[in-house]
Write a protein that binds this ligand. Structure first.
Ligand code: 5GP
Ligand code: ZN
Length: 137
């Protein structure tokens, strides 16, 4: 897509620090990393988010994910790694070409703070939620 920042990066119109590239995906360093090694993995096919991603694009993206994650692990020896994908502005998405953040973790002060405020639902409510989703598969 001509006015998409990440399509321009794939095409080389905007410079990036490339990590990996194949026929289907491109991986590069996030310009404002949360931690050392914070990498973005993107499909070469433009799709805005997970909701509009075709299954074959998703398959090819996740085929490359372990390869890139393990290279980050070998390079920097993190103690863990979070994968994050924000879909929609309300979820924190700022660039509207799907991207999977690969964020190596070092310690609790390393820049990523995930606060999980869990809620309690009864088993029958969870079953109803599952059914609502199933009906839309
Ligand atoms: P989002 O907030 O959409 O999940 O993540 C977008 C990410 O893209 C951010 O982490 C941001 O730092 C990164 N980003 C934005 N513009 C550029 C750019 O021009 N080059 C690179 N390498 N990363 C970018
Ligand atoms: Zn794009």
């Amino acid at each position: 897509m001509s006015d998409c920042l990440f399509c321009k990066i794939i095409n080389g119109d905007i410079p990036s620090s490339k990590v990996y590239e194949d026929e289907h995906v491109y991986a590069f360093m996030d310009i404002m990393p949360l931690t050392k090694g914070h990498t973005l993995l993107i499909p070469k096919t433009h799709c805005q988010d997970l909701f509009e991603m075709p299954q074959d694009v998703a398959a090819n993206l996740y085929k490359a994910a372990p390869k890139v994650a393990n290279a980050i692990k070998q390079a920097f020896n993190p103690v863990g790694l979070n994968t994050v994908n924000n879909n929609g502005a309300a979820a924190g998405q700022t660039v509207f070409h799907y991207h999977l953040h690969l964020i190596p973790r070092y310690d609790e002060t390393d820049g990523l703070h995930l606060q999980w405020n869990t809620k309690k639902f009864e088993m029958n409510e969870l079953a109803n939620f599952a059914q609502a989703i199933q009906e839309n598969l």
